[in-house]
Ligand binder design. Structure first.
Ligand SMILES: Cc1cc2nc3c(=O)[nH]c(=O)nc-3n(C[C@H](O)[C@H](O)[C@H](O)COP(=O)(O)OP(=O)(O)OC[C@H]3O[C@@H](n4cnc5c(N)ncnc54)[C@H](O)[C@@H]3O)c2cc1C
Length: 320
């Protein structure tokens, strides 16, 4: 009877989202009077004992190369078997791309209740009630899970990573890995960029930048901040920027520590994808732009004047 946390990896490295999920799972385990254990699929180069720093007392690994690429159906089958083998009572995922695809499938296999997109620790004082965001982050719902086994996927950036000094015990898990029904014929990797969904800082541009030829000022700011770049939907639709940068209700949903919106009006569909950001900075020449209502800091001004000055000041601060 433990809390089992699925620790997501990519190219042999455990993702930051996993540290958050383990910290959350460890706190939940403490609340339930049990232990937190992590589950890693595939071969990894990271030292898995280090997951103990985030509160995992044990790390189970299914050390099988065929699990290095995510196949949601195969992952769900393997994780379900791992849950049965380890006897976990709560299974925690990060609500990232992998978690969204795998958590629900695993819950269905195990006939377990699931809360997808949790944003707080469960209230276990009377049952098991988990708070989650609904309506694109505009409201909360408290959802009660009544099945014995419970599955939670945690919204990225909604729980603080706790780092201590523990070391986890390693355990090699032998489970049946079913053959994939999907054949991957090509993998096109975007290299040299900070992945949008993992980024701590996102610099995003809208139609206010007038055209793709003006993106240099935004890219310079992103570079000096080590940020990922994003854009509003019309910018993606007009091919000013690649589609994978489009954030919002119909695009990628992000929750960085800092989201800088440049020349974006702040339409409700855009906000739906970015309003979980910890700090929002808006640069817009129109003081009535709706985005200012959602902003923590706002600069009313022309992006073409403000952004280069901002970049210069940050360079000075960083001694560059
Ligand atoms: C079903 C549906 C789904 C949608 N999904 C999404 C989505 O996922 N993501 C998304 O982004 N949109 C989405 N949209 C579109 C959304 O409604 C808006 O039309 C869009 O977000 C507007 O993009 P924008 O802010 O870049 O452009 P605009 O609305 O044209 O705003 C440009 C802003 O730039 C400012 N500006 C102009 N010049 C300057 C300057 N020199 N300096 C500083 N500021 C300047 C203006 O004041 C203005 O506020 C969706 C719409 C629908 C109907």
């Amino acid at each position: 009877m433990s809390v089992l946390i699925f620790a997501d990896q990519a190219e042999g490295h455990i993702k930051k989202a996993a540290f958050e999920a383990i910290s959350y799972g460890a706190k939940l385990a403490e609340q339930l009077g049990t232990t937190a254990e992590a589950l890693v699929l595939g071969t990894v180069s990271d030292d898995l004992t280090q997951l103990g720093k985030y509160g995992a007392v044990k790390v189970h690994q299914v050390n099988n190369e065929s699990l290095n690429h995510v196949d949601a159906q195969v992952y769900a089958a393997v994780i379900a078997e791992a849950v049965n083998t380890t006897g976990a009572q709560v299974l925690v995922f990060s609500h990232n791309q992998t978690g969204k695809a795998v958590a629900s499938r695993t819950a269905a296999r195990l006939k377990a209740g699931i809360v997808a997109g949790a944003c707080a620790l469960p209230d276990t004082s009377n049952g098991f009630v988990v708070r989650k965001t609904v309506f694109s982050g505009k409201a909360f719902a408290n959802v009660s899970i009544s099945t014995n086994l419970k599955v939670i996927s945690l919204n990225p950036n909604s729980y603080t990573i706790h780092q201590g000094t523990g070391t986890a015990e390693l355990s090699s898990l032998s489970v049946n890995v079913p053959a994939s029904k999907v054949k991957v014929t090509a993998v096109n990797k975007v290299s040299g960029e900070v992945p949008l969904t993992e980024a701590e800082i996102v610099v995003s541009g809208g139609r206010g930048l007038k055209g793709p030829e003006n993106w240099g000022i935004l890219l310079d700011l992103a570079k000096v901040l080590g940020a990922a770049t994003a854009c509003s939907r019309p910018v993606g639709d007009a091919h000013w920027r690649p589609h994978h940068e489009h954030v919002g209700q119909t695009g990628v949903q992000v929750a960085p520590n800092l989201y800088i919106a440049i020349g974006i009006s702040g339409a409700i569909q855009h906000l739906a994808g970015v309003n979980r950001s910890k700090v929002i900075v808006v640069i817009n020449k129109d003081p009535e732009a709706p985005f200012f209502k959602a902003a923590d800091y706002g600069i009313v001004g022309d992006a073409f004047e403000v952004v280069p000055k901002l970049t210069e000041e940050i360079k000075k601060l960083k001694g560059q």
